[in-house]
Design a protein around this ligand. Sequence first.
Ligand code: HEC
Length: 184
Amino acid sequence: MYCLPSNRAASTRHPNEKIRRRFLCRSNGAGYWNPRLSAAGLARRAVGPVPDITARLLYSGIHASVRRTAPKTQNPLPRTDETLIAGGKLYLNDCVGCHGEPDKPPSDFGATFYPPAPQFPRVGTKYSEAEVLWVAKHGIRRTGMAAQGSTYSDSQLWSLAEFIGHLPNLPPHVAEGIQQNAAK
Ligand code: HEC
């Protein structure tokens, strides 16, 4: 619901007061009218994707459950470029199909899941490294995220977790290192 400012109201005055009010205050369809935004000249949000409340609730519910379950362990690996590059190489092998590749368009396949696979190179993750490790190892039940625990050692999973933690702001020389490594 929003109302036109009073100077515009004057020009649209209707002999019937009730009709004028109804005409001047109408629903904007997008849900709300924020006077502060309008005062700043930004007006209401343009028509865009409606926030998917269900997906957001699902995301925070799953994250809360992972947070409760995952051990709060510190990453034992050295915080070096080598660790990041090793993690990036594993990521390129096994995760990009759903989570998307750095500097490439988002994964269409990842979008086919519900909830969709987060595109780490664009949005990063709210999960801690220990939580990323736990998810990669055990998967998330009833979603497209499968357990990788039998494929990778803990050390490899930590390098993956560290790499994902550095997306979407990967240092350029690390990105290059991963590409060189991948080509070998
Ligand atoms: C077949 C598709 C697929 C592959 C391959 C895949 N994932 Fe996922 N992943 C998903 C989906 C779908 C979700 C979303 C699940 C959810 O939101 O509950 C997800 C969620 C996650 C999350 C939760 C983090 C967040 O912010 O939601 C982590 C961590 C994760 N994946 C790590 C990995 C890693 C590491 C790899 C590679 C070893 C990998 N995934 C490979 C589909 C995949």
